[in-house]
Design a binder for this molecule. Sequence first.
Ligand code: UT7
Length: 334
Amino acid sequence: MYNSKIIGLGFYVPDNKVTNHDLSKIMDTNDEWIQERTGIKERRWIKEGTEDTSAVMGAKAAKIAIERAGLTKDDIDFIVFATLSPDYFFPGCGVQIQDMLEMRTVGAIDIRNQCSGFIYAMSTADQFIKTGMYKNVLVIGAEYHSNGLDKTTRGRGVSVIFGDGAGACVLTRTEDNTKGILSTHLHSEGKYAEKLVVETPSIRHWIPQILENKKEDTSYFPYMDGQLVFKHAIVRFSEVINEGLEKNNLSASDIDMFIPHQANLRIAQFIQKKFRLTDDQVYNNIMHYGNTTAASIIIALTEAWEKDKIKENDLVVLAAFGSGFTWGSVVIRW
Ligand code: UT7
């Protein structure tokens, strides 16, 4: 069996910075509350009238990743695209990437696993490579949240958290089983589906809702039971990190770089403390980009790599928890 390893990384975020102070002008919130509860100082929101969407940002990140991999678009055998904010209800963003990058008619799938989306996407790509079906797989995570948020005081518990952006990597086949993705671990618990959810559009009730167009209808906006999500997140993050370490006969002290899904700096700090990791062993950038859901891990991984914080042979652990509930981890020997 083959292994898969990352050979190219890239990310793209829109230029438009929105600070906590900017948000306090459009809703009843303030910098102190947002920083204290989430660690976020600013996020990027696509400016109206620009070309960016989830697929467009994904394509921009993908181009960088392919170039850094030393490949061309024609070397890519398969596309995996993770997002909860696709350009269309259907088809998915993966096929748009095939078109935007003028790629061969390779297969493309979309992964709908929200905050765990990139972990699920990497795991999916890894399976295709391990079995020998594909050699080079392009994996993208992208989110265009800002157009779907309730930017009034009613929605402040959610809207201040989320940001727009995209990241991508190229996974390739290696015959060296000591390097690359060592293991991936995926979980879900659907009984909590409605605890972090956007109900509409959905085939169940969007047509009547759109026709009636009630201004007070909030089902178009994300709903989150924040405290419940927080409580589950810290438990599941810990479990799934331990699962990855145990599978590979490793312990927390072996971790060179831990990259958590950027949901909330307080969650990341809790996990850091629990696993006794130093600041050098964890990379966070939620302060600058907010929570970019399926894009957060790959943006952080790329940024950490660009800053030379990840070196050959390092043990890198990625982990995520979010809507579904879904959670997962990836253990990589760089
Ligand atoms: O990425 C997917 C996974 N997501 C997560 O892991 C998120 C997990 N949850 C969280 O990070 C936290 O629950 C939040 C950051 C979302 C919220 O923090 P919290 O400490 O749980 O606050 P809360 O929702 O309990 O609200 C506390 C108070 C409320 O006021 P009262 O009822 O105490 O008077 C809210 O109305 O804070 C108020 N509030 C705000 N105030 C200022 C809520 N949002 C805001 C805001 N600005 N933006």
